[in-house]
Structures are given as C-alpha cells and as structure tokens.
Ligand binder design. Structure first.
Ligand SMILES: Nc1ncnc2c1ncn2[C@@H]1O[C@H](COP(=O)(O)OP(=O)(O)OP(=O)(O)O)[C@@H](O)[C@H]1O
Ligand SMILES: [Mg+2]
Length: 351
C-alpha cells in the first residue's frame, strides 16, 4: 500500500514502481507579476490515468499547456516521454495527443475529414492513416458517423470526435483538458467508459483536468488537487479520502440555524467539523457516522427540533478539497457548470 497524504501532500509514491511517463519538477508559470503555477512537482507512471482536480483558475490548463509545449515554462522542468519540453519540444509533440479545453474540430468538415487533416499534419502515411481513422472511430463509437458534417453532432459526440482526433497518430501519452465539461451526465459517463477502455486497449498514459470530483474519483488512478496554482494534495482517491479526519459525512437539515445549534452539533461523539451550508443544512464530518447520527436524532427529539432531512455518506473528494483549501469545490463546480451550459451551442439531441 502507498502512503497517504501527509501535511497536505502525499509522497509521490504511486508512480515509483513503474516507469515514469512524465514528470514536472518545481514547475512555475508567471504572467508578469502573477504566478499561475507555483512550484509544482509530480510524476505520472506509464499506464496511469492522472487527474488534475481544481476549481476555475487553479492553473490546470496552464500546467497542461506547459507540458504539451504550447507555452514556455518560467522556471523548473517538465519531462514527457523522456524528453525535456523546453529542450526537445518536437520530440515531445511526436509522442503526445492533446485535447484542448475548447472544441477545436472544424464544424464545416465531416468527421472523417477532421481526422484525416490531423493525421496528415502528423505525417501518418496514407495506408496507416486509413486504418487508424477506422480504429479510432470504432474506439469512440462514431464509425457510422464518419461521413456526417461535424456541425450535426451533439456535444457528447463532438467530444468523442475530438478524443478520436487526438489519438489518430498513435500517441503514447494523452492530455485531456476537461474532457467532459458541458456534457450531460449520461454522455459524461459514456466518455469515462471510453477513456477507461482506451487506456487498457491502447496502452496509453493519460493526464486529464477536471473540476468534477466524481470524474476524478471514478476515472483517475491518482489525483493532484490544485488550487490557486499550488499543489495542495496528491494521492489515489482512497488515500486522499483516508487522509481527511472523519470517515463519514452526516448531511442534515433542521428548521434551525444558529451558532448555539452549530456548537451542539460539534459536541456530538466523533464529530471533527461542522460545515453550515444553507437554510439549516449542515455537513457534519465524523469518525463515527452511526454514533453521531443516533445522538443527533436523540438531541433533536429532546429539544423538539424537527429534522427536515438526514443522510450518512462516506467521505468524498469534496471533503478532501475543503480539508486542504478551506473552501468547497462544489460551489465552484456548480458555477462552472452553469457557465458552460450557458455557452454551449444547442445540441442535436444525440447523446
Ligand atoms: N495568458 C495569460 N495571461 C495572464 N494570465 C493568465 C493567462 N492564462 C491564464 N492566466 C491566469 O492563470 C490562472 C490559471 O488559469 P488556467 O487557465 O490555467 O486555470 P484552469 O485551472 O484551467 O481554470 P478553468 O477550470 O477555468 O479552465 C488564471 O487566474 C488565469 O486568469
Ligand atoms: Mg482550464
């Protein structure tokens, strides 16, 4: 077993046993006086799906842009597939596939034309090009749409096309910047399944960014939580959750909301913290969900306070985020989701 996060940062243990596919060492990106990425180090083992999880503006895209040679590194070092991104950018580019945050396929071309142009840009020979296009379209379940104009695809299909395009030259390392932002939940799960399938069938190493905790939890072997340009925690989803005191979260809603009530909740057995949310809704972090819940229900009954709702859950990555940053990622996530839905073109109805 690998060690859990310590002092907000786990030792970079998960990557040690297998060959390293990519690494950043004390990497920094400055825009004038503003430091978008602050002295971050981690490494990703071959075959891993590694997630950068953080709210808007955390520095996720900036990190990916440096690792994919799109912007220069201010200080520190990034190595991808054994090549230094600053010294050998062309070697790095040959080894990687990149899905940028914004959709970049041409809506006026067909699905196949979008792939073909990319394969030509990467100098994939004609025979191999045709074979690769069929293979990647099959992998993302778009083969029957190969002749369709890209503008007729739904948001989920367009994302899948972009993923296929990033793979058409057989890269070993795949960078995906928010691969599921703006997708409905069903399409998002379809993309996760596809990425997992690709990982096992194509021997890929993936680095993806997300602000969806569920995505990081379900899809990633290890996660780096980034916030304001800092790496605040690093580990497997289980290690990160275990690193936070409290095994359970009791979500409870009363008709009452005041400081005295909060203090009463804090005094219940096992409670390590109480986070008031809105309108009498509290998240109670506890080392013993069952004891805390029983005492809580008794206390409410004795004091004549009615319980509007109650649920007991295991610690989530949201709790991990709160623990290391003092804020909730969910708030940021909801804002980002609303913004992305507002900006999405109307979809064609397909998943
Ligand atoms: N070219 C630039 N010039 C100045 N500041 C920049 C530039 N690019 C990014 N930044 C700033 O760097 C910070 C990190 O941005 P970045 O795009 O990496 O965040 P992110 O984690 O990808 O966020 P999001 O989830 O919104 O995509 C932000 O404060 C952003 O405004
Ligand atoms: Mg970004």
């Amino acid at each position: 077993m690998t060690a859990p996060a310590i002092n907000g940062r786990a030792p970079d243990s998960g990557a040690a046993a297998r060959p390293i596919a990519m690494a950043v060492e004390r990497i920094v990106k400055r825009y004038g006086d503003f430091e978008a990425v602050k002295n971050i180090s981690f490494s990703v083992a071959e075959g891993e799906i590694f997630g950068l999880l953080g709210p808007n503006g955390a520095g996720k895209s900036t990190l990916i842009r440096m690792m994919t040679t799109l912007i220069p590194v201010t200080a520190g070092k990034a190595t991808v597939a054994g090549h230094d991104v600053s010294k050998d950018p062309d070697d790095v580019r040959r080894m990687i596939g990149v899905i940028p945050q914004a959709l970049t396929s041409d809506p006026d071309l067909t699905v196949e034309e979008n792939l073909s142009i990319y394969a030509k840009l990467y100098s994939v020979p004609r025979a191999k090009r045709e074979k690769n296009i069929v293979e990647v379209l099959e992998a993302v379940d778009l083969l029957k749409w190969r002749g369709a104009p890209t503008k007729t695809l739904s948001g989920g299909m367009r994302r899948r096309l972009e993923i296929a395009r990033g793979l058409v030259h057989d890269p070993r390392i795949f960078f995906l910047d928010e691969p599921t932002t703006g997708l409905d939940p069903v399409s998002r799960i379809a993309v996760w399944e596809m990425l997992n399938h690709l990982k096992s069938t194509r021997n890929l190493t993936m680095l993806l960014t997300t602000h969806y905790m569920e995505e990081a939890d379900k899809l990633c072997d290890r996660i780096a939580i980034v916030d304001h340009g800092n790496l605040v925690a690093l580990g497997t989803p289980v290690e990160l959750k275990n690193s936070v005191a409290g095994a359970n979260v009791v979500e409870v809603q009363f008709d009452r909301e005041d400081e005295e009530w909060r203090e009463r909740l804090e005094r219940l057995t096992g409670v390590t913290s109480v986070q008031p949310e809105s309108a009498g809704f509290y998240r109670v972090i506890t080392t013993s969900g069952s004891k805390t819940t029983m005492e809580l229900v008794e206390m409410a009954a004795q004091l004549g306070e009615s319980l509007a709702s109650l649920s007991v859950q295991n610690t989530s990555l949201d709790d991990v985020f709160v623990h290391y940053t003092g804020r909730q990622l969910r708030d940021e996530q909801v804002k980002a989701q609303m913004a992305s839905w507002a900006m999405m073109p109307s979809r064609g109805g397909q998943p």
